[in-house]
Design a protein around this ligand. Structure first.
Ligand code: SF4
Ligand code: SF4
Length: 386
C-alpha cells in the first residue's frame, strides 16, 4: 500500500513551509516510545535492556498527546518496546488521529489480531509490522519460532479489516541479498509497503557481531536494488534515501528530524543514541549540541545509515533539489559505478559511555517519585480516617 497521495502532499507542504519560514531545524516525525517493555527479546534490540522498574513505566495518554502538540511534527511513529502492551494504546492512537497526525504504529504483531478492535481504519493510521526477513530468518532474528507466521496472519487480518499495513525490516550483516530480494517479493504478494534500515549498532544489543558497516551496507543495498529492477517493491522511503543507501549520495545525518520522546523525556540527540534527556521539546532543540553528533563527528555515529537520521536529510534534499529527486525516481537507483565519497572519519570525537549512569539517575528519580506518591497516599488515607 503506497503512502496516500494527500499525505505526501501534506508532508511536502509542511517541509516547504519550514523552508519559507527560514527554520534551520525542525522535526518531521516524532518517535514516541510510550513504554520499553516488549514481549520479545530480539538479539539486535537496543531498547529493552532496562531494569524492571523502568520497563514497568508507561507514558500516559495525555503525555503522548502533549508530546505530539509540543513537537508539531506531521507524523508520529510509535515504536517501543511493544506499543500494543500499553493498556491505553487505542486511546493514544485515537487522540493522535484526532489531531490529524499520521500515525505509524510499530508492532511485532504478536498481539495485533487480538487488539484490532481497539482501532479504526483511517487514512491517518497505518500499522508497521516488524518483519526482518523470510520465516527462518525472522524467527531467528526475534529469537522465537512461530513469530513470522503470526505476523503474516496478523497482516492479513488487519488488511481484511481495512487497515493500511506496512512492514519494517532491520537489515543486519550476513543477510544475503538474494534472500532480502525474496522477502521483498513476499511483501508484494502480501500487498504491503516496506521500509528497510540497516541496524544501528546499539551498544546494549545482545548480538554485537552482525551490525553492518557503511561500506557493507552500500554494497548490500546495491545488490538488492539490482535484483529489484522491473519489480513492484513498494518502498515507504524517498528515492533519495534509497539512493543514499546504495552509496550514491553523501549525506550528513539530521538528528533532530525524528526526535524521540520516551518515559525519560526528550532523548538527546536522536532515537538511536541516549546521551541525556530534556524536559521539553524546546529544551531538546535549544540545549543539544547538535554539531557534535553525526558520522565523522562522533565515534558512535560512524556506521549509522539508519532512516531516522538520514530520511529527514533526504526529504530536505528533495525539497531543495526537486529535479534531482525526480531524476532519481524516474531513473531508479543506480547500482553500478563509483560511489559518492565517504565522510572523513579522521576527526570524530571518541565515544562516551554514559548509559549506566543515565539509567541510575532515572532509577533514583523513579524511586523518589514513587516514595512521594506513597507518602501522599498515606497522608490522604490518614486524613480520611481522621
Ligand atoms: S520486537 Fe522490537 S522492541 Fe521488541 S525486542 Fe524486538 S526489536 Fe526490541
Ligand atoms: S548518525 Fe545521527 S541518527 Fe545516527 S546515531 Fe548519530 S546522531 Fe543518531
Amino acid at each position: 500500500m503506497a503512502i496516500p497521495f494527500f499525505k505526501e502532499m501534506r508532508i511536502g507542504g509542511y517541509l516547504i513551509k519550514q523552508k519559507l519560514l527560514g527554520r534551520k531545524r525542525y522535526p518531521l516525525v516524532l518517535m514516541l516510545e510510550p513504554l520499553f517493555r516488549c514481549n520479545l527479546a530480539c538479539v539486535g534490540c537496543g531498547k529493552i535492556d532496562y531494569p524492571d522498574a523502568i520497563l514497568n513505566r508507561r507514558m500516559t495518554a495525555q503525555e503522548c498527546w502533549d508530546a505530539a502538540d509540543e513537537c508539531g511534527a506531521p507524523m508520529v511513529a510509535i515504536p517501543g518496546g511493544e506499543p500494543l502492551i500499553h493498556k491505553e494504546i487505542g486511546e493514544i492512537v485515537r487522540g493522535l488521529v484526532a489531531r490529524k497526525k499520521f500515525v505509524s504504529l510499530c508492532t511485532n504483531a504478536l498481539l495485533l489480531e487480538k487488539k484490532l478492535d481497539l482501532f479504526e481504519p483511517s487514512p491517518y493510521l497505518f500499522f508497521s509490522v516488524h518483519l526482518d526477513g523470510l520465516k527462518e530468518h525472522h524467527d531467528k532474528a526475534v529469537s522465537q519460532k512461530g513469530v513470522f507466521d503470526r505476523a503474516v496472519s496478523a497482516i492479513k487480518a488487519a488488511k481484511a479489516r481495512g487497515f493500511t499495513v506496512n512492514v519494517n525490516a532491520t537489515i543486519f550483516d550476513g543477510h544475503p541479498a538474494e534472500e532480502i530480494a525474496k522477502f521483498l517479493d513476499l511483501t508484494v504478494e502480501l500487498g504491503v509497503g516496506v521500509s528497510m534500515s540497516p541496524g544501528y549498532a546499539y551498544e546494549r544489543a545482545p548480538d554485537q557481531e552482525h551490525f553492518l558497516n557503511r561500506t557493507k551496507t552500500k554494497k548490500l543495498f546495491r545488490d538488492v536494488f539490482a535484483m529489484g529492477k522491473g519489480k513492484k517493491w513498494n518502498f515507504m522511503h524517498s528515492g533519495l534515501f534509497l539512493d543514499f543507501l546504495a552509496g550514491n549520495q553523501e549525506y550528513e545525518c539530521t538528528p533532530w528530524g525524528m526526535p524521540a520522546r520516551n518515559i525519560f523525556g526528550w532523548q538527546k540527540p536522536c532515537y538511536l543514541l541516549g546521551e541525556g534527556y530534556a524536559k521539553t521539546f524546546k529544551e531538546l532543540m535549544d540545549t543539544t549540541d547538535w554539531e557534535t553528533y553525526g558520522t565523522g563527528k562522533y565515534e558512535k555515529c560512524a556506521d549509522c545509515m539508519a532512516h531516522c537520521g538520514y530520511e529527514p536529510t533526504a526529504a530536505t534534499a528533495a525539497i531543495n533539489n526537486p529535479l534531482k529527486a525526480m531524476w532519481v525516481s524516474l531513473r531508479g537507483i543506480r547500482t553500478t559505478g563509483p560511489m559518492a565519497p565517504e565522510i572523513d572519519m579522521s576527526k570524530q570525537r571518541p565515544a562516551q559511555y554514559i548509559f549506566s549512569a543515565e539509567v541510575q539517575k532515572r532509577l533514583s528519580e523513579i524511586r523518589k517519585d514513587e516514595a512521594a506518591a506513597a507518602q501522599e497516599k498515606a497522608a490522604r488515607k490518614a486524613s480520611t480516617a481522621a
